[in-house]
Design a protein around this ligand. Structure first.
Ligand SMILES: [Zn+2]
Length: 262
């Protein structure tokens, strides 16, 4: 298996908030890391033009990615106009075929905004399409379908405020400083969040999120994941194989009981 992992998210800073700790763990385990965003974060500003903020945010995302010796890729769609259509599926599948990851991370299918949910769906289809020769793109198909993991939704809740069940937690306690350093690269967003989301502390809110997930497995900081286990996708948990004791799979017992009963 090629030790390549790709995180595809809607906007710059999503990967840092949702899975940078786990990406750092994978890098330590010898994996090469790639981070991609569907859009350049062009609506994430109260002061700059679309062109200006896109440039700023892509530079910030590339700086953050560089801390993991990672490549940063922007698929150049637009914030709030991320659509599930031919173009987005083709462009995303092309990127996956160029990078040829064995593991892909993306947004939770249920999240606080549609850009995230649509990205999740696009990535799900793009992963499934890596081996389809008749897709309308020129990059060479490859198999098998990569392992697909969904990160937590923002603050791990749905749009009704209920906590979303997560089946596995990565203990990122030793990677929290790297995660913080990566998120701090997104300097433009601290001001933006202050104005629009009333979040006083960009970094502190990320840490609170990680602390809350950590409490569920009695560690200082954690990130939550769910694996896409639909038909045609890999069924074994490669993340557990790689991370060992640092990945706590909470649903295992429940899953075994269900299999026994049916
Ligand atoms: Zn986002």
């Amino acid at each position: 298996m090629e030790k390549i992992v790709l995180g595809i998210f809607a906007h710059p800073d999503d990967a840092e908030i949702l899975c940078a700790g786990t990406l750092a763990l994978l890098k330590k385990a010898g994996w090469s890391v790639h981070i991609a965003t569907m859009a350049p974060g062009d609506k994430g500003t109260a002061e700059y033009s679309r062109e200006e903020i896109s440039k700023i945010r892509k530079t910030e995302a590339a700086e953050a990615a560089r801390l993991l010796d990672s490549g940063y890729h922007c698929l150049e769609f637009e914030d709030v106009y991320i659509m599930y259509d031919r173009e987005s599926i083709n462009r995303t599948t092309s990127l996956i075929r160029k990078i040829r990851p064995s593991i892909v991370f993306t947004h939770s299918p249920v999240d606080y905004m549609n850009d995230h949910e649509t990205t999740s769906k696009i990535v799900q289809t793009a992963c499934f399409s890596t081996g389809m020769k008749n897709l309308e793109i020129t990059e060479i198909p490859y198999e098998p379908v990569p392992y697909l993991y969904y990160c937590d939704s923002m603050e791990a809740k749905n749009i009704f405020g209920q906590l979303i069940f997560t089946s596995m937690f990565a203990d990122i306690t030793n990677e929290i400083s790297m995660k913080e350093e990566m998120l701090a690269c997104h300097a433009s967003q601290r001001n933006w969040l202050l104005i629009h989301h009333k979040m006083d502390e960009y970094i502190l809110s990320m840490k609170r999120f990680g602390e809350n997930r950590g409490k569920e497995i009695n560690v200082s900081y954690a990130e939550g994941f769910r694996q896409h286990l639909g038909h045609g996708y890999p069924q074994d948990n490669v993340l557990k194989e790689i991370l060992g004791d640092l990945l706590i799979v909470v649903a295992q017992e429940l899953k075994q009981n269900l299999l026994r009963d049916h």
